[in-house]
Design a protein around this ligand. Structure first.
Ligand SMILES: NC(=O)c1ccc[n+]([C@@H]2O[C@H](COP(=O)([O-])OP(=O)(O)OC[C@H]3O[C@@H](n4cnc5c(N)ncnc54)[C@H](OP(=O)(O)O)[C@@H]3O)[C@@H](O)[C@H]2O)c1
Length: 255
């Protein structure tokens, strides 16, 4: 089966392309540096030719409120239009667990807009909402600085490895569309401040992490379970301590 991965050169996308190829699919990485730009539409008709499934794991280069909203609205509109023209029978998009509860955040308003466009389109789809990636924990510290300290709310979350995200998305991509949302998450729950502290220690990063109930996540106030997936979530296998021993943990992803 031909499967086009929009954002196929990124953290999740590159892992997904490899996994789909290992399973015998013709996976094509689509991104600006492979000649496909969802913002302008460049290269989309050509790359979608003969494809059955399109998986969108792209991300905006800028997380500034208006830039990220423009990115997800414009690219999703272009993609849906090209998918309808090309006869794609299963668009899949990667979003974030709790997106609909995070509308105070400019980034998440953009993800809400992306999800809404997909839900309103005429093609049966699957939205995959994943929890935070272990690879993003340092980035989470970087966007949560108050002075020289990291301020994070001591609420629950259930993060997962990027490798497990790619595995989960890959499985869903080759299943029939559910016309709805599937949640994927990690095997363990932690407090956000506690796990970011452990991640910084593992990187020998001396920044202090302050548990601060009023601290915001990407601009949004969190309650105890805002970031936690529901009971039907499909869970990845990789535990945090195991991931720390893997090569992926040696390269922190920038914010
Ligand atoms: N961070 C988390 O914890 C988390 C949790 C759950 C879900 N997510 C979601 O996961 C998704 C992927 O995240 P990621 O960290 O894998 O992203 P990433 O590593 O930043 O990769 C983004 C990809 O999008 C591509 N891209 C950028 N502009 C594009 C355009 N105009 N047209 C086509 N492709 C374009 C990039 O291509 P170039 O490299 O050529 O620029 C790159 O391949 C995001 O949608 C995010 O919301 C993230």
């Amino acid at each position: 089966m031909k499967i086009v991965v929009i954002g196929g050169t990124g953290l999740i996308g590159s892992k997904l392309v490899n996994k789909l190829r290992e399973h015998g699919h013709e996976a094509v990485a689509a991104a600006p540096n492979t000649g496909v730009n969802t913002l302008t539409g460049e290269g989309l008709p050509e790359v979608l030719k003969g494809a059955s499934v399109v998986v969108d794991v792209s991300n905006s280069p800028s997380w500034e409120d208006s830039a990220v909203l423009k990115f997800f609205e414009t690219s999703t509109r272009n993609l849906l239009h090209s998918e309808a023209t090309a006869g794609i029978n299963h668009p899949v998009a990667l979003s974030v667990v709790g997106t609909d509860r995070l509308a105070e955040s400019g980034y998440f308003r953009a993800k809400i807009a992306q999800e809404k466009l997909i839900k309103e389109s005429s093609i049966p789809y699957t939205i995959v909402q994943a929890t935070q990636f272990f690879e993003f924990l340092k980035g989470l510290a970087d966007i949560s600085m108050v002075g020289d300290k990291v301020h994070l709310p001591p609420v629950l979350f259930q993060p997962m490895s990027a490798d497990d995200v790619a595995t989960g998305v890959g499985r869903i991509a080759v299943e029939p569309p559910v016309n709805g949302t599937v949640e994927i998450g990690g095997p363990e729950q932690f407090r956000v401040d506690e796990l970011v502290r452990r991640r910084l220690v593992s990187l020998k990063d001396s920044r202090e992490v302050i548990p601060d109930p009023n601290a915001r996540y990407s601009g949004a106030k969190l309650s105890e379970k805002t970031l936690v997936p529901g009971n039907n979530a499909r869970l990845g296998e990789t535990r945090f301590e195991t991931w720390l021993t893997q090569p992926a943990a040696q390269i922190p992803k920038a914010a």
